[in-house]
Every structure is written in C-alpha cells, then in structure tokens.
Write a protein that binds this ligand. Sequence first.
Ligand code: ADP
Length: 479
Amino acid sequence: MKKLNILFAASECTPFIKTGGLADVAGSLPSYVNTANYEMRIVMPKYSALPKKYVDKMEYMCNFYVPLGWRNQYCGLFKLKIGKVTYYFLDNEYYFHRGQLYGEFDDGERFAFFAKAVCEAILHMDFEPDILHCNDWHTALAPVFLREFYREPEKTRNIKTIFTIHNIKFQGMFSSVLLSDVLGLWGTPAAWQLLSDDHTVNYMLGALAYSDRITTVSPGYAEEICSWYYGEGLDFILRKRKDILSGILNGIDTKFYDPAKDDALVCNYDLESLDKKKENKLALQKETGLSVSEEVPMFSLISRLTEQKGLDLVTYILPHVCERNMQLVILGIGDAKYEEAFRYYADRHPDKIAFLPKFDEALSHRIYAASDAFLMPSRFEPCGLSQMMSMRYATLPIVRETGGLKDSVTPYNKYTGEGTGFSFANFNAHELLGAVDEALTLWFNDKKAWRHLMENAASADFSWKASAKEYRELYRNLV
Ligand code: ADP
C-alpha cells in the first residue's frame, strides 16, 4: 500500500495555542492518523504568543517570499517534532505578532497570507503531501490558491484538497476589494464568480467550491448545514456538492482528559472508584465560595460565551435555578450581555452560582470532574467537545438535540435505564428547564439509576480511534 502524506493546515493547535475546539482537533488527530501507511503533519502560524518552551526548540528551515496581490511578503519556515508528529510554523511578524489570534482589523489579509504561505511552503518543505487538509475559513483560500497559482510545480500539481467545516457561522467575509488587492485573482474572473457577490468575498465559499472533498465534524451537522436554518447562506453550494460532503465525529484526547491520571484534579478516580469524584466537588465548592455540601447537585457550564451556545436559554432559567436546590458553576468569557447576567446572579446568590470569567484549562478540568451535570443547550453545535469531556469525567451532559450533541449523547430512557445524559429538542428555555428538572429528580430520587448513567457516560468511547480510521479511509479513497 502506498504511504499517504497529509498536510493538515489549521490556525490553532494544542499544545501550542487554543481558543476553541479546532485546536483540540488539530492537536490530537495526527497522532491517531499516523500509522505505517499514513503520515499527517501540521502547519500553523508562528504567533508571537506561542509558549517560549516550544519556540526555543523549533528548528529554522528556510525563508521565502509569498506573493499576495501586489505584495511580496517574507515567510520563515520552522519545524518541531513532538512524539511522532511533525509541526511546521510559518513566521511573519507583521501578520502574527499581534495581541490576539483573531479579530484584528486586517484578518482578511492576515489569513489570505497564511493560506498562500501554506501553498508556497509546500515547495520548501521536506515533505511531499498527497493531500492538503484545510480547516475553517482561516485556511479556506489554500484550495483556491493551490488550483489557481500552483498548477505548474510538480510538487503541488497533483495535491488533492479536503476542507473541513468546524463552524459554518464563521466564513471569512470581507470587502470584495480584497479579491484583486490581496488575493491577486484579478486575472481569473471564474474565481471571482465562485468566491464573491458584488460587495463581498467569502473565503469559506471559495473552499466549498474548490475542494475535492468537504467534511464536517459530525454526521448530524453534515445534514443540518444543507438546510436554510443551519446553512448560514452556504446551504445552496452544500446541497449542490452533497455527493462529496460527509460528517466524521470528532474525538477527544482521552489521555489528556483522563480522570484517573489528570494532575489538575484534587482527587483522581476511575470507573471503579466513582465515589471519589465527590472529593473534587467539595474542593471546588471551597475554591469558588459555594456552600460546601455533598448533598447538593452541582451543574456546570464551560464555554465561549456566545449566542451559539444557547446562553439565552441559560440566562432565562437562572431565576428558576436560584429557587432550586442545586448549584451552577460557569466558566467562560465572551459577550458582555452574558457576562453581566451571570455576574448579577452570582453576586446575589454566591452560595449557589459561581461565575468565573476567564479561560483556564486546569480549572476547566477541575470543573468537569467536580460536577454532577453539564449544560450545553446550543442553538447549533457542529460537534462539541465539552459534552464528551464531561462524559469522560462521569458528569452527565444536558444537551439540545442538534449536530454533534445529538450524535454523541444518548438521552436517559426511564423505561430501560439506558443513556449517557439528558436532552431536549427545541430551542426553548422551558424545555431546557424541563431537562434540568428531569436530571434533578433523578439525582435526588434514584441514586442507583444516576450511578448507572455515570458508568455509561464514563465508559463511552470518545477516543479518536474510530474517527481516525474514517479519516484514513477518506484519504485513501481520494487519491
Ligand atoms: P467550541 O469549539 O465551539 O468553542 P467545543 O465544545 O468544541 O466548543 O470546544 C470547547 C473547548 O474549549 C473545550 O475543550 C472546553 O473545555 C474549552 N473551553 C471553553 N471555554 C473555556 C474556558 N473559559 N476555560 C477553559 N477551557 C475552555
């Protein structure tokens, strides 16, 4: 069998830098894909915020110039190997020496540069990719550039492209001025038409039009995004290209998220010693100023605070939460309106509600371990990793039945006792409250059934094993 080389382009990757689930995927997929006949390497920007301990170990390979419209921009190529995975870093201080990863005034230009630099870097790498696997809008122009500008060189001529949608809400839409000024596509009217309407250029639309395969991160979301409600204006092209669209559920790094070995926890536990989990609850109650008691169920929410995550529903039920015998720990930063609402209730009910407005990886692990139930009532959810992490820590998720949440959580069935969590169908606060009450009733009245659900959740397989096999099949079928 011919060995396949896959270059995986992403704008963030653990353990280097992370703002969300994409980094988790990029950080864990390669070590599962890499087997005797497959080698996946990662390419990402060399942000100034990368931890020094990694930067110090990087090997400088070479530098080259990247044509970008009328510009010719410097790019340094660095390499780092950790375990069996090789990472490439693309260096340009003008674009990547910034305070934040995204949200800069010139993101359109910064990530057009990154996508073009990925194509150009292939010519200089000690690696010959058969497949370029791009992810989300930050890398969406690479399949476009590869076809339009890199058809000549032998090394890039036959590369096949895959584009994975991690979140269709963020498409990379900018003024169509960029088409010629930055993207340099003035000589290719066909490309203009594929990427833009009169006023905007849409990077993700480009990837959807140009890539050889399109995937997304759960089978459920692959179906949903072909509809008007979930398609965010791109459903028309997804319906047109449905024959090359598929969904592969993400996994989590089960070594990193392992309650038996996790250094962040106050008390480690596994399936055989689930009773020890409560030590983490008592410790977190002390840490956050909640009233300290085993006898009150602790719910939690760890999330970017954005509309997508169903936080309007959470805000709506908060007065009811305060009336119930339960606690709620919220870890997250984001939209001011949610931060304000959570702070308001946490200030008034410090024994019941704790709001921790920060991004803190170790604390998130302590919360997954400490809680009894985890709220994830998303409006839409491409895959979602947090619900898998909570199940891994024997914490039962309460989810809305959408996208990857529906694909990964089996709702409690009171007749058979099966399930790994609780769910509700419609985007409606009363339905969320109904699911919370269902969980509360079970927690207080049927400890045995709750324990059974904890065991089911903690023993469910969310490792990358099965999904990595699906990716390997996808790669093999493509070349
Ligand atoms: P998304 O990628 O849409 O943000 P996911 O559920 O796929 O959602 O992944 C979210 C990841 O980010 C999880 O690993 C979750 O634990 C982590 N996370 C979210 N907010 C925080 C936070 N404030 N502190 C620490 N980790 C967080």
